[in-house]
Design a protein around this ligand. Structure first.
Ligand code: ARG
Ligand code: ZN
Length: 856
C-alpha cells in the first residue's frame, strides 16, 4: 500500500502545482462537518502532470474545476488522495468534503476536545480536513469562514484577523478570518467553543498595538495569568535579543484538554495543551510554572522561526524546531537561573536523547528517511537540534549569531527553506567556515570524546589530547569528523585561578599545550555542555571534588558531582556488596553547607536519573540499577542525616523570600525530604509536610516520598487528595502519576483498578500518559520486573491505543524498542511483546515504522 512506503529526503521535488489562495467554509457539526474549499491553483514549471492532492478519512461530496463540476470518471480517488488530470495551467478548484470530528480520536485534523471543536494540522493533519497539497512548501493566503450554533459555540476562531461576522438562521452565526501572511496548511487552525477569555495587549517595538487573548475552559480565568505574563515577557525578549517583533494585530491562545503534544504555533492562533497554560499556586508546581513559561515562549518564537520562515519539507523540521528550542532555552535561562536551566536541558538529553540516538530509531537531526512524520517530532530533532544551534552560537559568539539571524530573515522571509540555508546564512554573516560543521545535520549517534592529559614538570607544559569517536568506533576518516566546540577551564591547583578557553576539535585527534604551569592543573571539561557528546575522561575523585567546588562554570561544578555519583553507581551495579567510601559523605556535606544558591545545591544533591545510568552501562540489569540507586541514596541519607534534617528545617523556616528564592528554597527542601524519606520513621515528617503544604510543589513532593517509599499512610493521603481535586483534571493527572509510581508489590492489581477508575480515560492523551507513561518511566522496579509483567502491561495498553490514538501509542513504545540497553533476560521479554505487537491486525503506520526498525 502506498501509504506505508517511506519517503526520502533525496527524492525531494518541487510541487507540480502551487496554491496562492484558499477560501475555506466550515459548517460545523459533531459527526458531519461540511468543508468547502475554494483554491486558486497554478502549475509550476512545464509538463502536464496531473494534480495530486492529499486526503485521508474524508468523504468527498463534490469537485469543481473552474465552473465545471467533475463526475467520478474525471478523477481517481484513493485512501490517501485525489488525482485530477487537469490540462489548464491556472484554475479555480472547489472541493467539498465531509468529516467526522466526534469520532476523530487520533486528534489530528479537526476533532472535539470536550465540547469544543479544535484542530491540529502539523505535520500532515490538514489532509484530514480537505484534499490539498499538504506539504510545507506550498504557501497560500487563507481566508476561513466558520459557521456554528451560536449558543454552544459563541467563539469561532481561525488564523489572522477577523474580517466579518454575523447572525444566521436556526440560531447559527458565523465569523470570517483572513490571514494576510501566506502559509503552509500545517499552520492552519480552527477553534469553536464556549470559553472564558483573558484579554490584554502589548505594544511592539514597532508601535503596533497587539490584542492578546487567552481562551480557557469556563471557570479557569485566573489560571491564565501566568501564561499571559509569560507571553508578554517572550514578546519583549525577542525584540531585545533578535529585534523580532510580532506582525499581526491579534495573538490568540486556546487551551484544550485533549491534545497529543504540548502546543502548536498556528499563525495568530496557538492551540495549547491546557497543561501548558493553566496554573495557580494551589494546583500547579514550580516545574509547571517553568514549563508554561517555556512552552508559551516556544510557540511565540515560532512566529518568526517557523512561520515567517518555514521548512521546505519535513526532513528540515529541525530548521524550525531545533532553532526554536534553542531560543526558548535561552529565554528560560534569562528568566530563571541560567545554570539550573542548562542542567535540566542536559539531563533530558542524557537520559532520553542519547538512548534514542543509540536505538533502532536513531536518525540525524535532519532525517533522511521517514514513513510517518509524527514519529520524527523527537528528542533528536528538538533537543539535539537545539544543541547544534547552540554550538553555532558558541562558535560565532552572540553577536555573530545575531548577525546570522538577521541575514537569515533578510534572505528568507516568507519562504520555505532548508537547514543548509540557515547554516549558510550563519556562515556568510559571520565569515565563519561551517562546511564541516554541517555534518552534524547528517550524522546520527552520540559522538564521544576521549580525553588524555599529561604534564611535564620540567618544561611546565600541560598537554591535553582529545580524540573523537562514535558508537561504531573511531571517527578517523577525516571525512566523518565533526567540528566540535569544546569549552574548557584549566584550574591552577595552587591558586585556584582558572583560565578559560574555547577549543575547536575538527580532526580525529588533536592536542593542545598550555605553558607556565607549576603543577598539573585540573580541567573543567566541556563547560556549559558546549557540545552534545559523551566524554571519556579519567579524572580522579579528588579532581572531581576540586571541580565540584571550584570550577567557574556551574554546569561543570554540577557535572563533576554527577560523574562522581555515576562512578559509584557503576561500582554498585557490578559488585552488589561494594562498600561506598566515607569521602562521598564528606564532599556532599560540603555541597550541602553552601548557601549561595539553593536551587543549584538541590541539583548537585540529586542523583543521576535511572535513564542516564542505563545509557552508561552496557546491557544493564535494571533491577541491579534500581538497587544501586537505593543503596547510594540511603548511604548519603544515613551519612548526612543530621545535616539534611537541619537543612530541611532551615528551608521550612525561611520567610521573606523573593519569588525566585522561594522556588529554589522549595527545591532544596524537597530534595532533602526525598533523602530523609528513605530512612525509617519518615512517616511523620512526610505527613507533616503534607498537612502544612500551601502549594502543589510541597504537596506533590510529600506524596511522592510516600509513594516511592511505600509509606503506611499512602492510601489515606491519596484518597484525601483525590477528594479535594476530583474536579480538576490537570491535578488528577498528577494523582494518577503518583499512583503509578507506588513501590508496592500489588502495583499490577492497582494499575488494573486505576484503568477502571471513573476518571481514567484512555482517549485523553494527558491521562493516558499520566498513568501508563508514568508507570513506565517512574517505576523501574516493577516495569522491569523479572516476570515481564511490566512489559506486558505496557504492550496491552499500546495495543488499545494503536486503534484509538496512534501518536500516543507510538510515543509510549519507546522503552520497548530500546530493549538492547538491558540484560539478555529483559531483551528477550521485551522482544516477546514487540513481536506480539508487530502481529496486530490494523497496525498503525506510526507503530509499524518503529517495530520494523526494531525487529528487522
Ligand atoms: N510544532 C509544534 C511545537 O512546537 C509541535 C507539533 C508536534 N506535532 C506532531 N505531530 N507531533 O513544537
Ligand atoms: Zn516547536
Amino acid at each position: 500500500m502506498s501509504e506505508f512506503t517511506p519517503r526520502y529526503l533525496a527524492d525531494y521535488q518541487v510541487s507540480a502545482f502551487t496554491i496562492a489562495t484558499i477560501d475555506l467554509t466550515f459548517e460545523l457539526d459533531d459527526t458531519a462537518t461540511k468543508v468547502t474549499s475554494v483554491m486558486s491553483v497554478k502549475r509550476q514549471g512545464s509538463g502536464n502532470k496531473p494534480l495530486i492532492l492529499d486526503g485521508e478519512h474524508l468523504i468527498l461530496l463534490s469537485v469543481k474545476v473552474d465552473d465545471r463540476l467533475l463526475s467520478a470518471n474525471d478523477y481517481y480517488l484513493s485512501d490517501t488522495g485525489l488525482e485530477i488530470p487537469v490540462q489548464s495551467d491556472e484554475f479555480v478548484l472547489t472541493i467539498i468534503t465531509e468529516i467526522n470530528p466526534r469520532d476523530n480520536t487520533a486528534l489530528e485534523g479537526l476533532f472535539k476536545s470536550g465540547d469544543a471543536f479544535c484542530s491540529q494540522c502539523e505535520a500532515e493533519g490538514f489532509r484530514r480536513i480537505t484534499y490539498y497539497l499538504d506539504r510545507p512548501d506550498v504557501m497560500a493566503v487563507f481566508t476561513s469562514k466558520v459557521i456554528a450554533d451560536k449558543g454552544k459555540y459563541p467563539y469561532l476562531l481561525s488564523n489572522g484577523n477577523k474580517i466579518a461576522s454575523g447572525e444566521l438562521d436556526n440560531g447559527k452565526h458565523f465569523v470570517q478570518w483572513h490571514d494576510p501572511f501566506p502559509k503552509p496548511c500545517y499552520l492552519f487552525a480552527l477553534v469553536a467553543g464556549d470559553f472564558d477569555l483573558l484579554q490584554d495587549s502589548y505594544v511592539t517595538s514597532e508601535n503596533r498595538e497587539v490584542v492578546l487573548e487567552i481562551f480557557v475552559d469556563k471557570g479557569n480565568l485566573a489560571k491564565a495569568e501566568h501564561a499571559m505574563a509569560s507571553l508578554k515577557h517572550a514578546m519583549a525578549w525577542d525584540e531585545e535579543t533578535f529585534s523580532l517583533a510580532y506582525d499581526l494585530d491579534i495573538y490568540m491562545i486556546v487551551a484544550v484538554d485533549f491534545f497529543n503534544m504540548g502546543a502548536m504555533e498556528n499563525k495568530g492562533l496557538n492551540v495549547f495543551n491546557s497543561k501548558y497554560v493553566l496554573a495557580d499556586t494551589e494546583s500547579a508546581t514550580d516545574v509547571d510554572y517553568y514549563n508554561i513559561e517555556a512552552v508559551i515562549a516556544h510557540e511565540y518564537f515560532h512566529n518568526w522561526t517557523g512561520n515567517r520562515v518555514t521548512c521546505r519539507d519535513w526532513f528540515q523540521l529541525s530548521l524550525k524546531e531545533g532553532l526554536t528550542v534553542f531560543r526558548d532555552q535561552q529565554f528560560s535561562g534569562d528568566m530563571n537561573s541560567k545554570t539550573v536551566s542548562r542542567i535540566q536541558n542536559v539531563r533530558i538529553l542524557r537520559s532520553q536523547q542519547f538512548a534514542e540516538d543509540a536505538g533502532p530509531m536513531a536518525h540525524p537531526i535532519r532525517p533522511e528517511k521517514v514513513m510517518e512524520m509524527n514519529n520524527f517530532y523527537t528528542l533528536t530533532v528538538y533537543e539535539k537540534g537545539s544543541e547544534v544551534i547552540r554550538m553555532i552560537h558558541t562558535l560565532l559568539g552572540a553577536e555573530g549569531f545575531a548577525k546570522g539571524m538577521a541575514l537569515y530573515f533578510e534572505r528568507f522571509d516568507g519562504m520555505a527553506v532548508t537547514c543548509d540555508d540557515f547554516v549558510n546564512a550563519m556562515a556568510d554573516a559571520s565569515g565563519t567556515d561551517l562546511n564541516q560543521f554541517k555534518r552534524w545535520y547528517s550524522q546520527s549517534g552520540t559522538p564521544y570524546l576521549k580525553v588524555r592529559e599529561s604534564f611535564d614538570p620540567q618544561t611546565n607544559v600541560y598537554r591535553l589530547t582529545i580524540s573523537q569517536h562514535n558508537q561504531a568506533g573511531d571517527l578517523s576518516e577525516t571525512q566523518r569528523c565533526l567540528h566540535i566546540p569544546v569549552k574548557i577551564e584549566l584550574i591552577d591547583a595552587d591558586s585556584g585561578i582558572g583560565q578559560q578557553q574555547l577549543l575547536e576539535l575538527t580532526e580525529a585527534e588533536q592536542s593542545w599545550s598550555f605553558e607556565h604551569y607549576q603543577a598539573k592543573p585540573v580541567v573543567a571539561f566541556l563547560e556549559d555542555f558546549s557540545a552534545p557528546v559523551k566524554v571519556d575522561f579519567e579524572q580522579t575523585d579528588l579532581a572531581l571534588e576540586v571541580l565540584m567546588l571550584a570550577a567557574s562554570d556551574g554546569f561543570c561544578r554540577w557535572d563533576a558531582g554527577q560523574k562522581l555519583l555515576s562512578r559509584y553507581l557503576h561500582k554498585l551495579v557490578l559488585e552488589p556488596g561494594y562498600e561506598l567510601p566515607a569521602s562521598l559523605n564528606t564532599i556532599f556535606n560540603k555541597i550541602l553547607q553552601q548557601d549561595s544558591d539553593p536551587a543549584f545545591t538541590a541539583e548537585q544533591l540529586t542523583l543521576p536519573a535511572f535513564g542516564e545510568v542505563v545509557d552508561q552501562i552496557h546491557q544493564v540489569d535494571p533491577l541491579a540499577l534500581v538497587t544501586a540507586l537505593k543503596t547510594l541514596k540511603t548511604f548519603l541519607a544515613e551519612g548526612l542525616q543530621e545535616q539534611l534534617a537541619a537543612c530541611y528545617q532551615n528551608c521550612r523556616e525561611k520567610t521573606d523570600l523573593s519569588h525566585q528564592q522561594a522556588i529554589g528554597n522549595r527545591a532544596l527542601k524537597n530534595t532533602c525530604l526525598s533523602y530523609l524519606a528513605v530512612l525509617p520513621g519518615a512517616d511523620a515528617m512526610v505527613a507533616a509536610q503534607l498537612g502544612n503544604a500551601a502549594n502543589m510543589t510541597d504537596t506533590l513532593a510529600a506524596l511522592n516520598a510516600s509513594a516511592v517509599n511505600n509509606l503506611a499512610a499512602f492510601d489515606r493521603q491519596m484518597s484525601a487528595f483525590e477528594s479535594k481535586w476530583h474536579d480538576t483534571s490537570l491535578v488528577m493527572d498528577k494523582w494518577f502519576t503518583i499512583n503509578a509510581g507506588l513501590n508496592s508489590e500489588d502495583i499490577f492489581e492497582r494499575l488494573a483498578a486505576l484503568l477502571e477508575h471513573p476518571l481514567f480515560c484512555i482517549k485523553n492523551p494527558n491521562r493516558a500518559r499520566a498513568l501508563i507513561g508514568a508507570f513506565v518511566s517512574a517505576n523501574p522496579q516493577y516495569f522491569h520486573c523479572q516476570t515481564g509483567r511490566g512489559y506486558q502491561f505496557l504492550a496491552e495498553q499500546i495495543k488499545r491505543l494503536n486503534e484509538i490514538n496512534p501518536q500516543v501509542a507510538s510515543r509510549l513504545i519507546t522503552p520497548l524498542i530500546q530493549y538492547k540497553e538491558y540484560d539478555l533476560l529483559r531483551q528477550q521479554l521485551m522482544l516477546e511483546q514487540l513481536k506480539g505487537l508487530r502481529a496486530l491486525p490494523q497496525l498503525s503506520k506510526d507503530l509499524l515504522e518503529k517495530l520494523d526498525a526494531t525487529l528487522n
